[in-house]
Design a protein around this ligand. Structure first.
Ligand code: ADP
Ligand code: GLC
Length: 475
């Protein structure tokens, strides 16, 4: 079975968040399970692309409105990532460094989708499944079915769409309607949601099956999806929740080259301590206090706006008895407020503004606790990495965090869970962490318990394959 994954991100080619981790890992595990899985990305002028060799396997041009763009399909020569990787290079649109935030982002993602469909249309291949990730590639299922240009070629190809984040829809006005090739106007309504072209809504309507990245998030979409609740409710029968896995080769505390010391799952204490000491030394903190960390995008979805006050209160309350490290970037106001805390609590608190993959690994390995006060968390990978590195997650009960973390007060639990995205709930959970830290025996037991959990892709990759098979057996 041949499957193409289409997305805006893929680790290590281009990463902004967890979407990249999933697209960089799932196809690898699918390939290992015997599937022919390939990934197609926009071209990014970044390190991975500069350092690896590519062949141009297809060249053509396509129309975007009235303007014609040349494009090339580049294939990575050695299948370095464990699957076929293709990049779509379009001079003038897809030839840049950053993944998002360009003013012509809409044009970029439309041409990406059109160039992909054109390429397959003119080639000998007939993929069994096209698996699209998030709204950037949400128009593909519609165009495959309702544009005369493509409908013949793709008649037997099935589509799957995964929602990593239902808050963003990629909606745009009808003044860009002519960017699309000729479509059957009897079906043009499928593009629409509340008077705009809405790629996420369109994908949910047109796709054969959609998945959400956790079972709890699948349910949440029907009452919290930024205006698409009714649609998710209507289409619920087409949906399936499949929890993300983690790439256990990249995230392996026994072999990770980015961390100071190996952490043994059966005897984590000494490895944890060595990593904690190295991390604390880097930031000028004492390794004797419980160390709580936050890693992530500083946005409302992650509850980042609550952090300055919550950290401030906890640092005051536990004066000198708790340390906090924060790694992230995003809203400027939150960045400033968090940076200010460096001066107020120089011995117990450090902010690192920016994106730093290596530091993230060191924080997962060296911290005692990882805080995730998310308002919305479709799956969340941070808690899965921290579980694997023996770091106790402190999470708000939402989305994938519900499905992956059990409070240590419950049978077989290992984390700290709270209900509300509020400063009070965060502070209360930090109090619990500080108390737990004093009970070294219990902490050690919880670490062993969490490190024995299996959140690898093996099981979830199989669930996706079963989903494809259920579709391709219906012709
Ligand atoms: P999301 O995709 O919503 O940001 P996830 O929990 O799924 O959240 O994934 C976040 C990924 O991005 C993880 O791999 C995490 O380690 C990484 N990450 C987030 N912020 C940073 C940062 N500032 N530096 C390094 N890695 C980061
Ligand atoms: C999104 C979600 C996150 C999820 C990731 C990968 O960015 O916010 O919760 O883990 O996608 O699916």
């Amino acid at each position: 079975m041949k499957v193409y994954h289409l997305a805006a991100e893929c680790y290590p080619v281009a990463k902004v968040g967890g979407l990249a981790d999933v697209v960089g890992a799932l196809p690898k595990y699918q390939t290992e399970a015997g599937l022919q899985a390939a990934v197609v990305l926009p071209f990014y002028n970044r390190k991975f692309v500069q350092e690896n060799e590519f062949d141009v396997v297809f060249e053509a041009s396509t129309l975007l409105g009235k303007k014609r763009y040349e494009f090339e399909i580049w294939k990575e020569r050695a299948d370095t990532l464990g699957f076929e990787l293709y990049l779509i290079y379009v001079p003038g649109l897809l030839d840049r460094q950053e993944v998002y935030m360009y003013p012509d982002e809409r044009e970029q993602f439309i041409i990406f989708q059109l160039a992909f469909l054109d390429w397959i249309n003119w080639s000998q291949q007939r993929p069994d499944v096209i698996h699209c990730h998030d709204h950037h590639v949400g128009l593909i299922p519609f165009l495959m079915k309702h544009s005369a240009l493509y409908s013949k070629k793709y008649a037997k190809t099935k589509t799957v769409f995964t929602i990593h984040n239902g808050q963003y829809h990629g909606a745009f006005n009808y003044d860009k309607f002519d960017y699309l090739p000729e479509v059957d106007m009897n079906f043009a309504g499928l593009l629409d949601w509340q008077g705009a072209i809405n790629p996420l809504a369109c994908a949910i309507k047109c796709v054969d099956k959609y998945t959400a990245v956790s079972p709890s998030y699948l349910e949440e979409l029907t009452h919290s999806s930024n205006g698409l609740e009714y649609l998710f409710w209507l289409e619920h029968a087409k949906g399936k929740g499949i929890i993300n896995g983690i790439d256990t080769e990249v995230w392996n505390p026994f072999t990770d080259p980015m961390i100071k010391a190996k952490i043994y799952a059966k005897k984590p204490e000494s490895g944890k301590l060595a990593n904690k000491k190295a991390l604390c030394e880097r930031f000028g903190l004492s390794a004797d206090q419980p160390l709580i960390a936050f890693i992530g995008r500083l946005v409302g979805e992650k509850g980042a706006d609550l952090l300055p006050e919550a950290f401030s209160r906890s640092l005051q309350k536990h004066a000198g008895k708790v340390n906090i490290i924060m790694l992230g970037a995003g809203d400027k106001e939150t960045e400033t407020a968090l940076t200010k805390l460096n001066e107020i609590y120089p011995d117990n608190y450090k902010t690192y503004i920016g994106y730093n993959e290596e530091l993230a690994h060191q924080i997962y390995a060296g911290s005692d606790f990882l805080l995730m006060p998310s308002r919305v968390e479709p799956c969340g990978l941070n808690q899965l990495y921290s579980l694997r590195y023996g770091t106790l997650p402190i999470v708000r009960r939402t989305g994938g965090l519900i499905d992956t973390v059990t409070d240590f007060g419950d049978p077989n639990g290992y984390g700290i869970c709270f209900n509300n995205s509020s400063v009070n709930d965060i502070c209360y959970s930090i109090d619990r962490a500080v108390t737990l830290y004093k009970n070294t025996e219990q902490l050690d037991l919880l670490r062993k318990r969490m490190m024995a959990l299996d959140f690898s892709w093996t099981k979830s990759a199989k669930e996706y394959i079963m989903l494809y098979e259920s579709l391709t057996s219906i012709i």
